[in-house]
Design a protein around this ligand. Structure first.
Ligand SMILES: Cc1ncc(COP(=O)(O)O)c(C=O)c1O
Length: 414
């Protein structure tokens, strides 16, 4: 813990008046829930020995309790005392349709929706459904590592389209993307929207540009919108807002897992307007018996999507303040580290080049010397080696404590 003197030296700015106290100030019991993020054995297997009071800010899992409406629903299910084989009831389809309409202003038709067991495993089935070993998939890098694992585990090659930098923000290099598509002839383009890492929201013009390239070269688009609900800055544009011809060349994947902290339920869904693509995808799911839902996953989606808009809005305000706090703190106390402006998510992407250390050295030293557990970007698919990723999905108090530890560490370096 920091002494009072240290705290004074590295004083944190006060949050805005309306957020001085919030339900998100209260942390969930992260030891009882056996999450990987807080498990010292898991942490030390990845980062080596670290101080016992280390603050984990790595895996993409928030320290907040899921919305009360969801936990109430789960208590009700427990009170039934039966956990039967269930099925995708009307409420599930209606919840997805209404949530997408309210939050993303898109009209989804019921038959476009297919339930599955988590976005990551669904990426794997998608590759199995549309690729043969030896084929390739293109993706903008750095990107969420399961994108590459889903390809490579099926013997499918990854074509990395490096994201360019424009005024410190990522931009898709469209000319290079088209050039690579022409030379490698990938079967699928995996687009992360908003992008992970960085939380970049792609504009409608950017989405149309990539959709147009894919349509002209007959590359199927898989669009992952899992991070669409935590909007920090700007306005998210769903791929489904694009023209029909583009939507007909696309499968969208989403889940409430990131938004409502429900990852352990392993339940997600896809939205596929084109019946040929949908049927081929569903046939692959059926081959693996991905059919009836997990009873908690089913009710988790229904309840989160139907009853938790106010909770989500409050969470987004909280994350926005957390992000502002971190960005300001880094500017003032850790100026060698450049925070990339973040539009969405709770995963801040920070460039370490100015520190003269590699990102892996930074994360190792922050873990051992400051007791703050942060992942370096090398686990992302390509081009993340100069970055670290900081998970700010935690209480402001803990975030403040972690920032002060890093600030004190930076002071010791001079
Ligand atoms: C881009 C992206 N897609 C998917 C997931 C995981 O989604 P799910 O919990 O539905 O498997 C994550 C989790 O961090 C992610 O960042």
């Amino acid at each position: 813990m920091l002494s009072c003197k240290d705290r004074e030296a590295l004083r944190l700015p006060t949050p805005s008046a309306d957020l001085q106290s919030s339900r998100f100030d209260e942390l969930a019991d992260r030891i009882s829930d056996k999450c990987r993020k807080w498990d010292m054995k898991v942490i030390e297997s990845r980062f080596g020995p670290v101080p016992a009071d280390s603050i984990p800010m790595w895996i993409a899992d928030m320290d907040f309790k899921s919305p009360p409406a969801v936990t109430r629903k789960f208590s009700e299910i427990i009170s039934w005392g039966t956990f039967s084989y269930t099925h995708c009831i009307d409420d599930f389809y209606e919840a997805v349709i209404n949530f997408q309409a309210r939050h993303h202003k898109v009209a989804v038709e019921r038959e476009w929706i297919t339930l599955s067991y988590g976005t990551v495993s669904t990426l794997h089935y998608t590759v199995q459904a549309f690729c043969q070993p030896g084929d390739s998939i293109i993706m903008n890098t750095p990107v969420y590592d399961p994108f590459a694992k889903a390809a490579e585990r099926q013997g499918v090659k990854v074509v990395a389209n490096p994201l360019a930098l424009n005024k410190g923000r990522y931009r898709i290099d469209l000319a290079k993307l088209e050039e690579q598509i022409i030379s490698h002839k990938p079967k699928i383009y995996f687009l992360c929207s908003p992008h992970n890492p960085s939380g970049r929201i792609w504009s409608q013009a950017e989405l149309e540009a990539v959709a147009d390239i894919c349509l002209r070269h007959q590359v199927l688009m898989m669009v992952d919108e899992v991070h669409a609900e935590h909007i920090i800055h700007g306005e998210f544009v769903s791929f489904l807002a694009l023209e029909e011809r583009y939507c007909n060349n696309m499968m969208l994947m989403s889940s409430p897992n990131k938004a409502f902290n429900l990852g352990g339920l392993k339940t997600s869904y896809s939205i596929i307007p084109n019946p040929q693509i949908r049927n081929r995808f569903r046939a692959r799911l059926e081959q693996n018996s991905i059919t009836s839902p997990n009873v908690f996953g089913l009710w988790g989606i229904i309840t989160a999507y139907n009853e938790c808009d106010a909770w989500l809005a409050e969470l987004n305000l909280y994350l926005r303040e957390n992000y502002a706090l971190l960005a300001r703190y880094f500017r003032e106390n850790l100026p060698d580290f450049q925070v990339m402006p973040m539009d969405a998510s709770y995963l801040v992407w920070v460039n370490t080049k100015g520190s003269g250390m590699s990102a892996s050295e930074v994360t190792r030293r922050w873990a051992v010397e400051a007791g703050v557990i942060i992942e370096d970007g090398s686990h992302y698919v390509s081009d993340g080696e100069e970055y670290v990723r900081i998970n700010i999905g935690t209480s402001r108090q803990l975030l403040g404590e972690a920032l002060q530890r890093l600030g004190r560490w930076a002071q010791q370096q001079v």
